[in-house]
Design a protein around this ligand. Structure first.
Ligand code: SDX
Length: 392
């Protein structure tokens, strides 16, 4: 009966698990992966090292890191038949829908990745998805650009290999500035995990039925797609572009956002946990200046973003609601400077978040968490008798 169940819409005050992976302090703006400060990791580590740390709990030594990257490289082929599935999509398909479908389709070609109960079997499924996901990401972009589907280059690091697969053109020499790879690597680290966010909770929920890692990741991609979650990074650029088209008046835009009748959400602002600032937004904002400066790019949208942030920090409506820029507010400006099209921004978020989803799934499975099945408070009709259609 109702008395027994407490309702907690959006699980704002419900702990779903004990976890040792990521620590957030919303008041102090602290984010740590396995006890390491995000500022340190973003500055000093690389993405594959952070992936290993999140999944297995320790920073790898050289031998462990070499083995991990070799095992991932050995699993970086994607079956040719997968191209037929990709072919079936219209070019207009949103990359997040394509990526979620391809991730689920991978199961058919890797049946051993489903019933994984031992750590060894989990490890094999983990290196498979880490090896194949960058190919799916690259193919999703190349499909949109009508470019031939390609494979990676084993001689390159994880992130450079991804960048090459995404951007190399037939018959053209591929080269990329190291600063671009470094910026991408840092962005992926900053997105790598964030404890029990909507998509990680989705991965845990689906994984709790033992549906397998790939199916859980596919579900996580769908959850991340929403504009209230990872999809916000695309919505932010669309919002900033809109302000630019409209003359760039951020004050006018802010007044509209607070309009009593129908206030609308400032995309890239606000967070369920961070109530002072999102430490990732601080790092990304600084990196945006560095990357655009380094590439000699003047993007007026960056100035509009900074103007919006300044307005929000001085505006009661936003200060009262503790609304500050979050990870999605500045990231799109860097992705754009790196030549990544706006509809691929959330795909880049998914690529960064993949190790976090894997870590959350593995922890849930190793702890043998029960299947997720919340309760409800029933507010529907009481018992009533069936009436044949003629009597309704
Ligand atoms: C991510 O959980 C994670 O960790 C997520 C993430 C991760 O790494 O996984 O950090 C990634 O998803 C970042 C968030 C990206 N989303 C956006 O930028 C979309 C805009 N932001 C919001 O929709 C919102 O702030 C959320 C979803 C991020 C958080 O929402 P909450 O905690 O559920 O807060 P709420 O919706 O209950 O809002 C509280 C109040 C409301 O006003 P009142 O009804 O009390 O008058 O604040 C208002 C909201 O209307 N509000 C906003 C706002 N966000 C909340 N008003 C204007 N603009 C906003 N952005």
């Amino acid at each position: 009966e109702a008395g027994m169940i407490t309702l907690d819409r959006g699980y704002k005050n419900t702990g779903s698990c004990e976890s040792a992976i990521t620590f957030l302090d919303g008041e102090k703006g602290i984010l740590r992966y396995r006890g390491y400060a995000i500022e340190d990791l973003a500055e000093k580590a690389d993405f594959l090292e952070v992936a290993y740390l999140l999944i297995f709990g320790e920073l790898p030594n050289k031998e462990q890191l070499d083995k991990f990257s070799a095992d991932i490289r050995d699993e970086s082929e994607v079956d040719e038949e997968m191209k037929k599935i990709l072919d079936g999509f219209p070019k207009s398909a949103h990359p997040m829908g394509v990526l979620s479908s391809l991730t689920s389709a991978l199961i058919a070609f890797n049946p051993s990745s489903v019933n994984v109960d031992s750590e060894e079997e989990m490890y094999k499924a983990i290196v498979k998805i880490l090896g194949k996901f960058p190919v799916l990401v690259a193919w999703t972009l190349r499909k949109k650009n009508s470019l031939p589907l390609n494979y990676g280059d084993d001689s390159l690091g994880y992130v450079e290999n991804l960048h090459k697969m995404m951007f190399e053109k037939p018959g053209k020499k591929y080269n990329v500035d190291q600063s671009v790879i470094d910026a991408l690597d840092k962005l992926l680290i900053l997105h790598a995990d964030h404890e029990q966010n909507c998509s990680a909770s989705t991965v845990r929920m689906v994984g709790s039925s033992h549906a397998g890692l790939f199916a859980s990741i596919s579900a996580g991609i769908s959850a991340l797609w929403g504009p209230l979650h990872g999809g916000a990074n695309q919505a932010v650029i669309e919002m900033l572009e809109g302000i630019k088209q409209d003359g760039g008046d951020t004050h006018k835009f802010m007044q509209k956002a607070k309009d009593k009748e129908d206030p609308f959400r400032l995309m890239g602002f606000g967070h369920r946990v961070y109530k002072n600032f999102d430490p990732r937004a601080k790092i990304i904002k600084k990196s945006a200046d560095e990357v655009l400066g380094g590439l000699g790019i003047e993007d007026p949208v960056l100035d509009i973003a900074k103007g919006l942030e300044k307005e929000a920090l001085e505006d009661d409506y936003f200060v009262q609601r503790k609304l500050y820029p979050n990870v999605d507010f500045y990231s799109g400006i860097i992705y754009r400077a790196l030549g990544i099209p706006v509809e691929m921004f959330t795909v880049m978020f998914a690529l960064g978040r993949l190790p976090g989803w894997i870590a959350q799934w593995r922890e849930m499975r190793l702890k043998k968490e029960p299947i997720g099945r919340p309760r409800q408070i029933y507010v529907g009709a009481n018992l009533r008798d069936f009436k044949p259609v003629g009597e309704r």
